[in-house]
Write a protein that binds this ligand. Structure first.
Ligand SMILES: *Cc1c(COP(=O)(O)O)cnc(C)c1O
Length: 363
């Protein structure tokens, strides 16, 4: 039997049908495709980080509960006692843990579209039904359609990214409350971009018994660490903990996270600089003919161009700037590009590349 035949026979059909999450090669390019913080770990803290990593007990298994991080986060986010925590190897792993805990025949996971692609991808490979309800043309939640879909499909999980990726906007508060009220299962508010908005839904984790709030250190400047957090009622966390692998947060990550939390104001300073850059970039983009700019509460800006977006993307890449091509990913994203907000120099280079690319494609 050939390898191909064995695969056809044994790999689950839904997995065979998937394409792996694509990460573009950014070698030699200005990398503005993945919402990374452009600033390095603050130079003044590198020696301290080095010492904290040196002191890690690497011959031992890590603390399975990451107790020290738990205490530090309780203080950092002023968490009420009733709110418990679960950590993941990035919030991607937490999405997988949530899906594993509920999936099975006849179980549905619901989100809106376009949104974070991992909701659908993980639901699919875990073996749940996935329902994506289209956003309206302003990328707001279509309340009627979404509430109808919740009634019809009775989803075990609802994922809402607030603000949303890849559109950058916040959803209407009242609509979210209606979704929570009608949902029979758990609603996950994904605050991956919390550092770039004043909106804060942490209080919902104690206000509603079917809401959990997810955050990550990735967009704050620690993407390389892979550290995601889930906040919710102790009863939910207790169940989810059963499907979490015991040592999923290694000791080097635990120590580095503690260093970062100890110096959190340094990261806040970086994200504040990025918020200023977002305003600057957004205003500059507004002046470019043929570009529509969407409002953003995140560290990226969604734009729509009136030319073939794929060509604009390629022409920018030729000029040394890597952004994210969204056109082709979802019908609502025709003509769309996602620009990560970088340092001022990077943003200037990106703007120049965009303007030149548009000229070149227009001919
Ligand atoms: C980037 C992103 C994540 C994943 O973050 P990691 O913690 O790096 O896995 C989750 N949700 C949304 C909406 C994101 O944009």
């Amino acid at each position: 039997m050939s390898v191909k035949d064995r695969i056809t026979q044994w790999v689950r059909p839904e997995v065979q049908a998937l394409s792996a999450y694509h990460v573009a090669d950014a070698a030699g390019l200005i990398k503005l495709d993945a919402m990374e913080n452009p600033f390095d770990f603050p130079a003044a803290l590198k020696a301290e980080l080095g010492a904290d990593l040196r002191d890690a007990a690497i011959n031992r298994y890590p603390d399975p509960d990451a107790g020290a991080i738990r205490a530090a986060l309780r203080e950092l986010y002023s968490l009420p006692d009733a709110v418990d925590m679960l950590f993941g190897n990035g919030s991607d792993e937490i999405i997988q843990i949530l899906a594993m805990a509920v999936a099975g025949p006849g179980r549905t996971i619901l989100s809106v579209e376009p949104s974070f692609v991992m909701y659908k991808m993980i639901a699919t490979f875990i073996g749940a039904e996935y329902v994506g309800v289209p956003l309206n043309d302003e990328f707001q939640i279509d309340a009627q359609a979404t509430l109808d879909a919740i009634k019809r499909h009775q989803p075990a999980l609802v994922f809402i990214a607030q603000p949303n990726n890849p559109t950058g906007n916040l959803f209407d508060d009242e609509t979210l409350r209606q979704i929570v009220a009608l949902s029979p299962g758990l609603v996950v508010i994904d605050e991956a971009y919390t550092a770039f908005t004043d909106a804060d839904y942490m209080s919902w984790a104690s206000e509603y018994d079917n809401v959990v709030v997810m955050r990550t250190f990735s967009k704050v400047g620690l993407a390389g660490l892979r550290f995601g957090m889930l906040f919710g009622a102790q009863e939910w966390i207790e169940q989810l903990n059963k499907v979490r692998l015991p040592y999923n947060i290694n000791c080097l990550t635990q120590n580095a996270v503690l260093t970062a939390i100890r110096h959190f104001p340094a990261f806040v300073k970086q994200t504040e600089a990025l918020r200023e850059q977002r305003s600057w970039l957004s205003a500059k983009l507004e002046e470019v003919a043929g570009v529509s700019v969407y409002p953003s509460e995140a560290n990226f800006i969604l734009v729509r161009v009136d030319l073939p977006a794929k060509s604009v993307f390629s022409e920018m890449k030729k000029r040394g700037v890597l952004i994210k091509l969204l056109d082709g990913g979802h019908p609502k994203l025709a003509g769309c590009l996602r620009l990560t907000v970088g340092s001022h120099e990077e943003n200037e280079a990106m703007l120049k590349a965009l303007i030149e690319a548009l000229e070149s494609v227009r001919g």
